[in-house]
Design a protein around this ligand. Structure first.
Ligand SMILES: [Zn+2]
Ligand SMILES: [Zn+2]
Length: 261
């Protein structure tokens, strides 16, 4: 399986060579997206990924740096269907689940799509699904969501609004942090993860490395993404600090690269 970094940046102003957060997972001929920051559809298409193989989109929370590219990504699926009968046949009858913790946001996206060309008439359908604690997807890829405190504690009776994801495929475990407040929110899920994606928009990478070691958890490689200002100002210096703690197990995501597991 390959995780493509479509966007490695946190919610910054536009940055040369980087886009907001999005990953694509290519697994056994299927494609899945983790968050959908600006330009994710553009980047995945130009990387040669088979967008018509999209089987699911998972949004950790609805901040713009995680959703800004969602309308265009969905628009592009329809566009590709208009390019050839073969494309259309591949997509006919397909249901594409779009998981979000706030379905009102999906309604906004849907309205954008309906207001675009062709009234978004498609041979496939989009299925909005609510992200909640517990399994979201079963099958060759298992995805489980668990809430974090990036957006604080909800009012009584209100749902959590920010999630992390635990993935399992081919007997391997992957942890995708989403934006989070404190590493303690992730620790119960860390043990046994071969690959960990950790955001640095709200954290210093080397501090997270120290906390990971102190946790005593058994984990594999750690890819820092959703880069915050420290990394954007001094990529190699921050990486050197992180590697002092974790050695070669730590890496910093770069746009349009991939991690293979
Ligand atoms: Zn973010
Ligand atoms: Zn956020």
């Amino acid at each position: 399986m390959k995780f493509y970094i479509l966007g490695s940046c946190s919610g910054t102003e536009p940055m040369s060579g980087r886009h907001h957060t999005s990953l694509a997972l290519e697994l056994d001929g299927s494609l899945y997206y983790l968050d959908a920051g600006e330009n994710c559809g553009y980047s995945s298409y130009l990387l040669g990924l088979d967008q018509l193989a999209t089987q699911g989109i998972f949004i950790s929370h609805t901040h713009m740096d995680h959703t800004g590219g969602l309308p265009h990504l969905l628009w592009n699926l329809r566009k590709l269907c208009t390019l050839s009968p073969e494309n259309q046949e591949r997509m006919r009858g397909r249901r594409i689940p779009v998981y979000l913790p706030d379905l009102d946001v999906f309604e906004g996206v849907r309205k954008m799509l309906l207001g675009s060309e062709g009234n978004y008439e498609t041979v496939f359908s989009l299925e909005p699904r609510l992200v909640e604690d517990g399994p979201l997807l079963e099958g060759p890829l298992r995805v489980e969501a668990f809430h974090n405190r990036h957006l604080g504690d909800p009012e009584p009776g209100q749902p959590w609004r920010s999630y992390s994801f635990r993935l399992e495929a081919q007997g391997k475990r992957i942890l995708y942090s989403g934006d989070f407040r404190d590493l303690s929110e992730l620790l119960p899920w860390l043990d046994g993860a071969e690959l960990v994606f950790l955001e640095t928009g709200h954290h210093r990478a080397y501090r997270l490395c120290e906390e990971l070691v102190q946790s005593g958890a058994a984990f594999g490689q750690v890819v820092f993404y959703h880069h915050g200002v420290e990394i954007l100002r001094d990529f190699s210096g921050e990486l050197a600090l992180a590697r002092k703690v974790l050695g070669g197990r730590a890496s910093f995501a770069e746009d349009r690269t991939y991690v293979e597991l």
